[in-house]
Design a binder for this molecule. Structure first.
Ligand SMILES: [Zn+2]
Ligand SMILES: [Zn+2]
Length: 236
């Protein structure tokens, strides 16, 4: 890569682009940042009481009705905020419109959550996309979030120890049971890298938790000590 006056070209290019086209907040449209602090702060956080397993709001001490039925074995799943409003818009731009620069401000939500809640973790692992889908999109949004989180909280990001071996249909229009079937057996984990380790899975959106549970199945089979999932958002 070339350098101009000591500044690497990509950074200089970004600085010039910022000057010519200052970033606009995806929430409020204000100039200066892709996601401003006010919009981040206004996202409605998911707070207890929660189902201890899947993390959905649930006021009774036992597992929620969905977990009672599906019996997940993941240690737990948590999500930072509800998938609506500014967060929904930001995730859509990040995931489908190619705004990869949203990884850093979105990952800050995960940083704050993990700093406060300390989910057990020796390593961070993004929920993998199937290689074909990643090639179509050009990046794995969960991978970008995991990298940004790992840099900030100084945990290793192990992106290659878990892979998606089955093409699955999007979970969006499936009910809980079909989601579980759709992703069953879709993942494979590398025992040499995960055995005895505490894995923190990262994803952008978690709906029923079926995808994280399928990852958990592969990681547990490979000898992981514990598996927790952390997502930016979940539906109500
Ligand atoms: Zn804003
Ligand atoms: Zn639950």
């Amino acid at each position: 890569m070339g350098r101009v006056n000591g500044m690497p070209w990509p950074r200089l290019r970004d600085a010039i682009l910022d000057l010519l086209f200052p970033p606009k907040c995806v929430g409020c449209g204000g100039r200066g940042q892709l996601l401003c602090e006010d919009c981040s702060a206004s996202m409605e956080r998911i707070s207890p009481p929660l189902c201890p397993r899947c993390g959905r709001p649930w006021s009774r001490p036992q597992l929620c009705s969905v977990c009672q039925k599906t019996q997940p074995t993941i240690d737990g799943i948590r999500a930072v905020a509800y998938f609506e409003g500014h967060l929904r818009r930001a995730i859509h731009q990040f995931k489908y419109w190619g705004v990869q620069a949203l990884a850093a401000p979105l990952a800050e939500l995960l940083v704050t959550y993990q700093t406060e809640h300390r989910l057990p973790a020796d390593m961070i692992m993004p929920v993998p996309l199937h290689p074909e889908r990643e090639a179509e999109r050009g990046y794995n949004q969960a991978g970008l979030l995991a990298q940004a989180l790992g840099r900030r909280i100084e945990l290793p990001v192990v992106g290659t120890a878990l892979s998606r071996v089955k093409v699955t249909v999007p979970q969006v229009n499936l009910d809980a049971e079909r989601r579980q079937l759709n992703v069953a057996g879709a993942f494979r984990a590398d025992g040499q890298r995960v055995a005895g380790r505490r894995v923190l899975l990262i994803d952008d959106v978690c709906t029923t938790g079926a995808t994280m549970e399928a990852c958990n199945g592969a990681l547990q089979a490979a000898g992981a000590q514990s598996v927790w999932g952390l997502a930016l958002a979940r539906g109500r």
